[in-house]
Write a protein that binds this ligand. Sequence first.
Ligand code: ATP
Length: 275
Amino acid sequence: MTPAHTEAPAPPVLVLDHLTRRYGSLTAVDDVSLRLPAGARHAVIGPNGAGKTTLLNLIAGTDRPDRGTIALNGTDITRTATAKRSRLGIARSFQQPSVISELTVLDNVVLAGWPHHPKRRGAWRSPSRYRLHEESAAGHLETVGLADLAHRPAATLSHGQRRMLDLAAALAGGPRLLLLDEPAAGLTDGDIGRLLAILSGLPDSVAVILVEHHVEVVAQLATSVTVLAAGRVLVTGPTAEALAHPEVRDAYHTAGAASGAAPAVIGPSPTDARG
Ligand code: ATP
């Protein structure tokens, strides 16, 4: 009989182990552990000041933990610089879209993808190489529905369009882990629908961590949820279970809590859309 051939399981895309970040006497992220499989669609939710953005900062490397470790695809990156984490496959979009207004929409994506492109050397003086960068950037603009606006200055975009451009720029590096900080903040219902369609269409090779106050976005995109309160994990689990957890409902100021209806917005009031 031939011995069964067993392949080693893929390592989790991200492992956070007892991650802690203090600012003076305030513990913004308090002993957070999390294990995400490749292709995860994970949401981090919680009231204002719960530590969600700090957690993303720690994963992206723009902030450092006082305690605990972070591993990406089995490699410890706790002390790895932000730029190297980006090369290792962590991309981020921000609460305020990070778009260069003076550049065209296309050039914003070319620039974001440049450090990750296999043909980056000398591309600035080789028209044929530069065209490869433009072609791949154009593909990302197509994905986010901005292809028609490629040659416009980014300054002329609406808030919703700037968010889509920020997302295209994040995708330009071919990320394995995409960190999205309140992608639906300040978007119209139509833009939220477009965002949901784009994010739902991302390939399984990209894991997503989403910080989001809109519960419908969380419910539609995330298969698992971590709820933070005062920096600590209140609950982590499948989305429906986590959202239904009694302590979760108690912990939030929610518009629908009094009536028992599902909240439309978790955390801030519905008018708190920033940006
Ligand atoms: P929101 O939903 O309002 O964006 P959040 O859950 O993302 O909130 P954080 O922005 O991570 O919360 O902040 C967590 C806590 O840490 C807050 O009390 C905040 O004031 C504090 N904090 C965050 N960054 C710093 C900093 N650089 N220095 C001092 N305190 C900070």
